[in-house]
Structures are given as structure tokens and as C-alpha cells.
Design a protein around this ligand. Structure first.
Ligand SMILES: [Zn+2]
Length: 253
């Protein structure tokens, strides 16, 4: 089947890229889409006839209907979602090629994917997926310096499938473009309290002392003894009661 594209009339891809949240997607070359070799394995995702009809829609080579009106109608149709899905899966393959990486690298330098949200980083991010299977996880963003993954800050990307980028894209990108990898060592934030650096084991020491204090409170028995009356000792001599002195009375003669 011939999938030679009609480049002068192919606007489905442009329409798809202009949709909300699809700005992470690059423009896949139509020659890549039209090459059967690049579609190997994707035909099993849907009925064969539906697959090729969807492919014709993407490439705008369906001569049976008017391109502009059919594109408008296609948006409301379930086949439009099928076309978006197929384009995304082809996109995941395209960006693994050198041509696709060029597109994505240009978008990366234009900060189309944003920068790392860590204050001490700010590296340009790359999109990727946590699964190669569609309809599993929305797209995520990868920071090469932090070696960490982030949610896209905008909600509009929650509807963009991570499988449209694949799990291996950032790693293949930096393997093929090592000069684009951040050679600078990861910067770590240094916390200070009253101008002094906090020792790494400070929290651990606090936890240990807190645990010890809690255990002491649980086991300690506080007993209040009533005051006892002191008993005189038998060995001790009894205190002499001083005799009352009788007042001297002068005899009256
Ligand atoms: Zn980072």
C-alpha cells in the first residue's frame, strides 16, 4: 500500500500538534510515517483496515473525502482518538532516531519541556514515559543532572500519554548526545541554622534522644511517699525536760 504523503495538503499533523497539551510532541517526518518498516508491530494494535484508514488520515492521503472538512469532523470522532494514539506511538519511535533527537533537542533548548524545579539545578528537562504501553501513565519529565523524574507542572499534560515518548528516550538521547549531558556535579542544598551548617547526623541524634526520652516516660514509676513521723531512737538519751524553776519567794518574817 502506498503511503506517499501529500505534503501540500497534510495538515492533520499540524492540527494535532496545536491541540492543548500536545506541545511536548515534535513533528514526525511524513516520510518516516509512510515507511512500513517503521510501523512494524503497530498494525496489531487495531483492525488492519482501521489502521490503514487512520494512517491515511494522519498523512492526509485519503482522497475519498475533503481534507479540511474531514479533519474537522474527525475531531469529534472516535477515529480521531485512534489517529492521535497511532501518531503518538509512531512519535515514540521517531524520537529515538537521530532526526527525531534533533527535533527534541531543539525543543529542549527552547525550554519547551521546562527546567528542573529544584532551586539548585535548573537543567533543561526531557519528556519520557514510565511505560511503553499506551494508556498506563501520563508523560513525565526527566532531569539528567538530578537523575530524577517530575510531574509536568501544567495540568494540560496529564492527558498526554507517556508511551508517546517511551521509557528509554532520555537515556538514548544522552547516549547519542553525551555533550548535552550535564557534566556538572549535582548541587545539593546545604541547610543552615543561625548561620551554622547542620550536621548530617543531627536529625538522627534528635530521633534517638527523643526515643530514649519516650521510653523513660513509659517505664518510670513515680511514687509519692507520705511524710513519716520521725521515731525517737532508744539509744539516744531522752531529752531532759528542764525542771521548772520555782520562783524564789522571799520569806516574810
Ligand atoms: Zn535537576
Amino acid at each position: 500500500m502506498n503511503f506517499s504523503s501529500n505534503s501540500g495538503d497534510s495538515n492533520w499533523i499540524d492540527n494535532n500538534l496545536s491541540k492543548r497539551g500536545n506541545n511536548f510532541l515534535c513533528r514526525v517526518d511524513e516520510a518516516f510515517i509512510a515507511d512500513n518498516f517503521n510501523l512494524y508491530g503497530l498494525t496489531s494494535l487495531s483492525n488492519g483496515a482501521v489502521f490503514y484508514r487512520t494512517l491515511k488520515r494522519i498523512l492526509n492521503t485519503d482522497d475519498e473525502t475533503d481534507a479540511s472538512s474531514s479533519t474537522q469532523q474527525f475531531r469529534e470522532d472516535a477515529e480521531e482518538r485512534e489517529a492521535e494514539r497511532l501518531y503518538g506511538l509512531i512519535h515514540a519511535r521517531f524520537i529515538m532516531t537521530s532526526r527525531g533527537m534533533e527535533h527534541m533537542n531543539a525543543m529542549r533548548h527552547q525550554k519547551k519541556f521546562g527546567i528542573c524545579p529544584r532551586v539548585a539545578c535548573g537543567t533543561h528537562l526531557l519528556p519520557f514515559g514510565l511505560s511503553d504501553e499506551p494508556d498506563i501513565e501520563p508523560v513525565k519529565l526527566y532531569c539528567d543532572r538530578c537523575k530524577d523524574v517530575f510531574h509536568p507542572p501544567s495540568r494540560k499534560h496529564q492527558g498526554l500519554d507517556g508511551a508517546f515518548f517511551g521509557t528509554g528516550f532520555p537515556h538514548m538521547f544522552f547516549m547519542m548526545n553525551p555533550h548535552e549531558s550535564s557534566s556538572e556535579k549535582k548541587k545539593t542544598f546545604v541547610g543552615r541554622l543561625c548561620g551554622f551548617r547542620i550536621h548530617p547526623s543531627a536529625i538522627e541524634i534528635q530521633l534517638k534522644s527523643q526515643t530514649a526520652l519516650d521510653n523513660h516516660k513509659k517505664t518510670a514509676k513515680i511514687t509519692i511517699k507520705p511524710p513519716t513521723k520521725p521515731q525517737p531512737s532508744h539509744d539516744e538519751p531522752k531529752a531532759k525536760i528542764p525542771a521548772t524553776e520555782t520562783p524564789a519567794v522571799d520569806e516574810v518574817t
